[in-house]
Design a protein around this ligand. Structure first.
Ligand SMILES: [Zn+2]
Length: 210
C-alpha cells in the first residue's frame, strides 16, 4: 500500500488535506467539519519515553510486592497479583483468573514494551515488520488493558474488608495507582505521530541515499 505522509484524512468526514507543519502546541482542524486532524506532539513526545519507562518500573513493583496485607484473629495473609490469579484458578474460577492475567498482567506489559520499542526506534530509516506490528498491537490491546478496573475492584474490596479485619494496603497497591495514571498519560499520545515521523525519516533517508 502506497503511503502519503504529506496527506491527512479527516476521521469524521474523510476529507483529505495536505499536512501542514504545526508550531508548538498548535492544532489542525478539518476545513469541512471542524474535527481535529492532528495536534503538535513534539513537546509530548519528549515526555512519553520517560513516562513509559516509569510505567514499566511501576508495573514491576506492582507485581513484585503484595497488594494488600490482611490480619484476622492473629492470622496474617498477603498476596501479590500473580498470587490472586493462581488463587482464583484454584478456587474454580479459571475464566476470571484468565481475564485478570491478560487484562492486568500481560496486555499492559506488552503495551509498555511495544511503546518503548517504537519510541526508541522512531529514527530508524528502515521500518521493520516489528515496528508495524507494535503499532497495531498497541491499538488492538488498548480496549483490553484494564488496570484501572482492577484497581477500583481492589479499593472496593479493601473498604469492605476493613470492617471485618485489619487491612493494610501494600506497596503494590500504590504502584498500581501510579501505573494507572502513567498509562492514561502515556496512551493519550497520538500513535499516528510516531507513524508519520517514521514515514518522514524513511522518505528522507531514501532521498539522501539516491
Ligand atoms: Zn472533517
Amino acid at each position: 500500500m502506497q503511503e502519503a505522509p504529506d496527506l491527512i484524512a479527516c476521521e469524521e468526514c474523510d476529507a483529505v488535506h495536505r499536512r501542514l507543519a504545526l508550531g508548538r502546541n498548535e492544532v489542525a482542524l478539518c476545513r469541512c467539519c471542524g474535527a481535529e486532524l492532528e495536534r503538535d506532539m513534539s513537546t509530548h513526545r519528549r515526555r512519553v519515553l520517560p513516562l513509559t519507562i516509569a510505567g514499566l518500573f511501576m508495573y514491576i513493583i506492582a507485581n513484585a510486592f503484595p497488594i494488600v496485607e490482611m490480619e484476622l484473629k492473629g492470622m496474617v495473609s498477603q498476596t501479590t497479583l500473580m498470587g490472586a490469579v493462581l488463587s482464583l484458578n484454584s478456587q474454580g474460577m479459571p475464566l476470571v483468573a484468565f481475564l485478570v492475567l491478560t487484562t492486568t498482567l500481560l496486555f499492559p506489559l506488552m503495551q509498555l514494551l511495544s511503546l518503548i520499542y517504537l519510541l526508541t526506534s522512531i529514527n530508524n530509516v528502515e521500518r521493520s515488520p516489528a515496528f508495524n506490528l507494535s503499532v497495531r498491537l498497541i491499538q488492538t490491546l488498548r480496549p483490553w488493558v484494564m488496570v484501572e478496573v482492577f484497581l477500583l475492584g481492589v479499593i472496593v474490596a479493601f473498604v469492605k474488608l476493613t470492617s471485618m479485619a485489619t487491612v493494610v494496603p501494600g506497596i503494590a497497591l500504590w504502584a498500581f495507582g501510579a501505573l494507572t495514571l502513567l498509562l492514561a498519560s502515556v496512551f493519550s499520545f497520538d500513535l499516528r505521530y510516531i507513524w508519520w515521523m517514521s514515514s518522514l525519516e524513511k522518505r528522507e533517508g531514501k532521498h539522501v541515499g539516491t
